[in-house]
Design a protein around this ligand. Structure first.
Ligand code: DGL
Length: 257
């Protein structure tokens, strides 16, 4: 990862990808924090969900998204706005594209474990994230003294992709997942999938003050800001563009709309 000595603005876009609409919560936080940056977001709905796919398949898809963002849109940095893709692919991406900084996302186990008073922390994520090395290592390192309850919540991904973030069905689905964590004594519920912040209001309603819902979006954006500054990659656009690409059909990055 080369650090440029050039201090003039770099208005190439920042690229984002996720298996669909989940990572938009990261994109929105980024746009607020960095209003002078252009962005390109790939919502890879054609391949959604990533959560249950084998790691090598997620890597292949992540490489396709990355190549698209780099070769077609000339992105200066890639935010892997997906815990599952980060778990499966970020090491390989960094190795294969050493000139490009990559920002990943992983469940915020550390702050939850440090702040837990009950000694029980719930984590909601996909199977792919729970199976990854990052999750294993972070949990072993920072959550030795707490009980971590891992719950796969693929149903939440489907709800968000359907745009169903409120209503009876959404509330029922959220309650069914969150209640057992509360009943087990969790006082922090970590959102380990970027689709889940879209349902945070419902989790907070179910928790009703019994647990804090931990969303790492802002921390990811702060890291992205730090890297842009450190590598002299900051943009300074008065009227930034925000390109949104949603894949559809049976392949990788194929169709844009
Ligand atoms: N949004 C993705 C994540 O953060 C996963 C959703 C999916 O299963 O596709 O893990």
């Amino acid at each position: 990862m080369a650090v440029s000595a050039n201090t003039s603005p770099d208005n190439r876009p920042v690229g984002f990808f996720d298996s669909g609409l989940g990572g938009l919560c990261i994109l929105e936080a980024f746009k607020k924090a960095c209003p002078a940056e252009n962005t390109v977001y790939i919502a890879d709905s054609a391949n959604c969900p990533y959560g249950n796919r084998p790691a090598d398949e997620i890597r292949r898809i992540s490489f396709a998204n990355t190549r698209e963002l780099l070769s077609k849109y000339g992105c200066k940095m890639i935010v892997v706005a997906c815990n599952t893709a980060t778990a499966a692919a970020i090491d390989a991406l960094r190795e294969s594209f050493p000139e490009t900084p990559f920002i990943g996302i992983e469940p915020a186990i550390k702050p939850a474990a440090l702040n837990s008073k009950s000694g029980v922390v719930g984590v909601l994520a996909t199977a792919g994230t729970f199976n990854g090395r990052l999750y294993r290592e972070t949990t072993a390192r920072f959550a030795r003294d707490v009980t971590v309850i891992a719950a796969v919540a693929d149903e939440f991904v489907a709800l968000v992709e359907r745009g169903e973030t409120s209503g009876i069905e959404a509330e029922r689905t959220v309650k069914a997942k969150v209640e057992p964590l509360l009943a087990a004594g969790a006082d922090h519920i970590v959102l380990g999938c970027t689709h889940f912040p879209h349902l945070k209001h419902l989790m907070e309603k179910v928790a009703c003050g019994r647990a804090e819902v931990v969303d790492p979006s802002d921390a990811v954006v702060r890291q992205a800001e730090r890297v842009l500054a450190k590598m002299n990659l900051k943009g300074a656009t008065d009227a930034p563009y925000h390109k949104f690409i949603r894949t559809k059909g049976g392949g990788d990055v194929q169709t844009c709309c």
